[in-house]
Design a protein around this ligand. Structure first.
Ligand code: AMP
Ligand code: ZN
Length: 443
């Protein structure tokens, strides 16, 4: 079923489309910079996780042994501020919002049980060791308030992010976690903090430590939103390469923003929506998932309520095709394997989800494709799309549909109406087609 695809990825490091060559044949290691668990994530953050989930599911479907690691930042300025505001420990804040995060990720069909989710606070010792190594190598230095990475000791600082350094300012420091992104200067590796015995880490060091610990250095693919290219990913590159004299990751994939009314969706602009807001308006989390994969991951995507309404309709059409394919057979020559290969090729081309979805529309738009081959096709593509299309009609419902159609063919409309009412009661909507009646589960 699977075959080797020529996978092309747009690598931020070098900013070009490249052939994907894994470090170990047949395997992929992928590290994603996950959220800070200080609050519920917004649907822009969910765009990042959903596109990463598509990357993961694609590699799996293409027969790669795929190891996906995602970190949770559970110690930083935002965590501390929230704990103070709510008068509890940062551990309690982390516990509370990790649970909310996992619920959201499950609802939107992220392969959460297959991700190795790692927490910054479980790696404090390793982080401190890496910081000490950088100090011993003369690349980091101690100051009164912590330990800093000396940017001018790293030859290519700025190259990864495409930023030209202003050498006159390299000793100016950025002391907090909420970095001023226009001041690419020495950054904190470790912070003295009276509330934390022995101090606490800066933000960037956790990803250098955890990615290499779980995937090795170098590893294959590092991901994040475009806002992380600088300074976060530039700093990860500087730390890791300076410490170990080898590359951190071979391919860097960055998703563009989810926008709302023309602006980046973000907490600081107060223009964000959460999954709760979506569900409150009676839209399904999977309709949001559809919206988030409907655009190429490297293009800006504007969230609108019309787009999610449209997504509900499209998912409905996909389910309808699936249900009909299970019940009927149009005996056509539909070549499911060829269509699936086309779908996979679209994704192999830097995850071109709009093109892959167009192939699905082409298939479901043709009634002649209904049947066992159509069923297999939808099952296969749904392994990657994750839209829960492949939902079988229970046997009890199929039997009732048969009895209803038989009654109708004998013009026994009292009986057929009675069965229709029963199916409605069981929460199914009955629809008719040239092939016969079928049932669609209500939301
Ligand atoms: P944060 O908690 O802000 O570090 O965000 C977690 C992840 O979501 C990072 O990879 C960000 O780049 C990504 N992200 C944040 N805002 C957006 C947005 N509006 N659209 C897409 N991705 C985002
Ligand atoms: Zn990171």
């Amino acid at each position: 079923m699977t075959k080797n695809f020529n996978i092309k990825l747009f690598n931020t490091d070098g900013r070009r489309l490249e052939d994907f060559k894994p470090i170990h044949a047949g395997s992929v290691g992928m590290y994603s910079c996950g959220p800070t668990v200080y609050d519920r994530v917004h649907i822009g953050n969910l765009r990042f996780v959903v596109v990463n989930d598509i990357f993961y599911r694609f590699f799996k479907a293409a027969a790669y042994n795929t190891h996906w690691v995602m970190n949770l930042t559970d110690i930083d300025d935002k965590m501390i501020a929230k704990a103070q505001a709510e008068n509890c420990s940062i551990t309690e804040i982390a516990r509370r919002y990790t649970k909310v995060l996992f619920d959201d990720l499950r609802a939107i069909n992220i392969s959460i049980d297959e991700i190795e989710i790692v927490k910054a606070t479980d790696h404090l010792k390793e982080m401190r060791d890496m910081v000490d190594l950088l100090v011993n190598k003369g690349i980091a230095y101690e100051a009164s308030d912590g330990i800093y990475f000396a940017v001018d000791k790293f030859k290519d600082y700025g190259k990864f992010a495409g930023i030209v350094m202003d050498s006159g300012k390299t000793q100016a420091r950025i002391a907090n976690d909420t970095y001023d992104k226009t001041s690419p200067q020495d950054f904190a590796l470790w912070k003295n903090d009276p509330d934390f015995e022995g101090g606490r880490p800066g933000w960037h060091i956790e990803c250098s430590v955890m990615s290499a610990k779980y995937l090795g250095q170098p590893f294959d693919i590092h991901t994040g939103g475009v806002d992380l290219i600088f300074p976060h990913h530039q700093n990860e590159v500087a730390q890791s390469e300076a410490a170990y004299n080898k590359k951190l990751a071979n391919y860097w994939l960055h998703n563009e923003f989810l926008m709302i009314e023309g602006e980046k969706m973000s907490k600081s602009l107060h223009n964000y929506l959460t999954l709760e807001d979506i569900v409150k308006k009676d839209f399904s989390p999977l309709a949001l998932r559809y919206v988030l994969i409907s655009a190429h991951y490297r293009t800006l995507l504007d969230f609108t309520w019309e787009s999610i309404k449209g997504a509900e309709t499209i998912i409905g059409d996909m389910r309808r095709f699936y249900v009909k394919s299970e019940l009927f057979d149009s005996n056509s020559e539909f070549d499911a394997e060829a269509a699936y290969q086309k779908f996979m090729h679209a994704l192999a081309n830097d995850f071109n989800t709009p093109e892959a979805l167009a192939i699905v529309f082409e298939v479901i738009g043709n009634e002649a494709n209904i049947g066992p081959a159509g069923l297999i096709f939808m099952q296969q593509v749904d392994q990657i799309l994750g839209l829960n299309i492949a939902q079988s009609t229970p046997e009890e419902i199929v039997n009732l549909l048969k009895i209803m159609d038989e009654a109708r063919s004998k013009k026994d409309y009292t009986e057929s109406d009675r069965i229709r009412a029963k199916l409605n009661q069981l929460d199914y909507e009955i629809e008719n087609s040239a092939h016969g009646s079928y049932a669609i589960k209500r939301k």
